[in-house]
Design a protein around this ligand. Structure first.
Ligand SMILES: *[C@@H]1O[C@H](CO)[C@@H](O)[C@H](O)[C@H]1NC(C)=O
Ligand SMILES: *[C@@H]1O[C@H](CO)[C@@H](O)[C@H](O)[C@H]1NC(C)=O
Ligand SMILES: *[C@@H]1O[C@H](CO)[C@@H](O)[C@H](O)[C@H]1NC(C)=O
Ligand SMILES: *[C@@H]1O[C@H](CO)[C@@H](O)[C@H](O)[C@H]1NC(C)=O
Ligand SMILES: *[C@@H]1O[C@H](CO)[C@@H](O)[C@H](O)[C@H]1NC(C)=O
Ligand SMILES: *[C@@H]1O[C@H](CO)[C@@H](O)[C@H](O)[C@H]1NC(C)=O
Ligand SMILES: *[C@@H]1O[C@H](CO)[C@@H](O)[C@H](O)[C@H]1NC(C)=O
Ligand SMILES: *[C@@H]1O[C@H](CO)[C@@H](O)[C@H](O)[C@H]1NC(C)=O
Length: 364
């Protein structure tokens, strides 16, 4: 300090010698110069990187750095090293669902993957600022899963799972994000539990068990359920119109009963043809029916047509799909568009032609 003051004095003298006009100004300049000189001389010149001088013989590590002998040190051999604020001995705590990230001279906290700050910000500094919460990837509009898969929000992420009855397409994992699913054909795999009396029908995401043709659900069961159990269908009941006395009509119903006794669902087509034949014959040879009163004739006709319609609708369940036409010499012609399950449309048309009230009045 003494030597540098002497040097400054020398400069002053020299300048004084040349610039004799401004001695006062120089003395003013000297004041801050002296202060600066004092500071410089108070500062250790050997301070290592990431430190500043504390005084003439000591250095202080920059914030976030430390030396092996502490933040302030006097040894020329010390260096200031980054403090790992995230290390085990550190006082820093980022809190739950968060990671601590050390940087040179500092650190920051981030939410762990699958979590985010309530504010949406990326970083924070202290546990007290921790608002890390699970991100619901499934509802956040990111739509992370393939459209064929179901998104499942889980803690710290999401999963893309195939829906029940679907499976990952070959090569696609039933895993996080890239799962692509396809319908499982339960009917072609061994896992179906359809009863022997039924046929397995694959459906998107599931399957059904449907009665075989000519079979109907056993009492207590419904068709197209997984537990459907069926029995061979029987010939439907066809009751004669009550209180009508006619030998021809009795004969007719005996023949119908005979057809019913020998009924085999597999031969339903033949039975229907026979039935139409029997009705046809009745129309051609009415015999004592012609002696009935007009109202009784009307009653018989209505009852027979309604009954025939019901029986045909019932028996048609046993027919193969497709349109079948039955002929009769008298021109009684039945046509049935056989789409299973859609016969009700035809029956509605039929009921419109033979109103139910009329049939009811006849029976009463
Ligand atoms: C620490 O010192 C190194 C070397 O001089 C420098 O590159 C770095 O920027 C310093 N770090 C800080 C936080 O000052
Ligand atoms: C400089 O600071 C160190 C550490 O605080 C202290 O031990 C030392 O006495 C100081 N030296 C001077 C000249 O003030
Ligand atoms: C700096 O290092 C010293 C000596 O190892 C230690 O006692 C002190 O706690 C450390 N300071 C910081 C802020 O890490
Ligand atoms: C961090 O938060 C705690 C309270 O949770 C507080 O006591 C502490 O001073 C904070 N530390 C810093 C570095 O902000
Ligand atoms: C068949 O399954 C259906 C639907 O699961 C159920 O409601 C019904 O009771 C079952 N029927 C029988 C006879 O087990
Ligand atoms: C057919 O008639 C029989 C006997 O009347 C009845 O048990 C059965 O449920 C009917 N089937 C259909 C499909 O209408
Ligand atoms: C019905 O009659 C048509 C022609 O009138 C004939 O081509 C057809 O084979 C007959 N069908 C039956 C089942 O007898
Ligand atoms: C039944 O009819 C409806 C309306 O015409 C049609 O959409 C449906 O596919 C039919 N069902 C079957 C089993 O044919």
């Amino acid at each position: 300090m003494v030597s540098s003051m002497a040097g400054l004095a020398g400069v002053c003298t020299m300048r004084n010698g040349h610039l004799w006009l401004l001695p006062g100004l120089l003395m003013l300049l000297l004041l801050p110069l002296r202060a600066a000189a004092q500071k410089t001389s108070d500062c250790a010149r050997w301070c290592p990187p990431n430190s500043t001088c504390a005084n003439a013989t000591a250095c202080r590590c920059s914030p976030g750095f430390n030396s092996s002998s502490g933040v302030i040190f006097t040894s020329l051999l010390e260096i200031c090293e980054d403090i790992n604020e995230c290390g085990p001995l550190s006082a820093v705590s980022c809190g739950k669902f968060a990671d601590c990230q050390n940087t040179e001279g500092s650190y920051y906290c981030t939410c762990i993957p699958g979590y985010e700050l309530a504010s949406g910000a990326r970083m924070f500094k202290n546990e007290s600022e921790n608002t890390c919460q699970d991100v619901n990837e499934c509802t956040s509009g990111q739509n992370p899963c393939h459209s064929s898969a179901h998104c499942l929000n889980i803690i710290s992420g999401y999963k893309c799972r195939c829906r029940p009855g679907w499976k990952p397409i070959p090569g696609s994992p039933n895993g996080p994000s890239n799962t692509v699913c396809e319908d499982v054909d339960e009917c072609s795999s061994m896992q179906t539990t359809c009863h022997k009396s039924t046929i397995c029908i694959n459906a998107v995401g599931s399957y059904k068990c449907r009665c075989r043709r000519g079979w109907e659900p056993k009492p207590g069961f419904q068709d197209n359920q997984l537990n459907t159990t069926c029995e061979e269908m029987s010939f439907p009941t066809w009751t004669p119109p009550p209180r009508i006395k006619s030998q021809r009509l009795s004969h007719f119903f005996e023949r119908v009963q005979g057809l019913g006794r020998h009924f085999k669902p597999a031969l339903a087509q033949d039975t229907i043809q026979d039935l139409i034949q029997v009705v046809d014959e009745l129309l051609q040879t009415p015999e004592d029916l012609e002696t009935l009163s007009r109202s009784d004739q009307h009653c018989v006709a209505t009852s027979l047509l309604g009954g025939l319609e019901d029986v045909l609708r019932n028996l048609s369940q046993a027919l193969p799909s497709g349109t079948l036409t039955f002929n009769a010499s008298a021109g009684t012609e039945g046509e049935r568009n056989s789409e299973r399950g859609n016969t009700s449309r035809g029956s509605e048309r039929g009921r419109r032609r033979f109103p139910t009230e009329q049939r009811a009045r006849c029976g009463a």
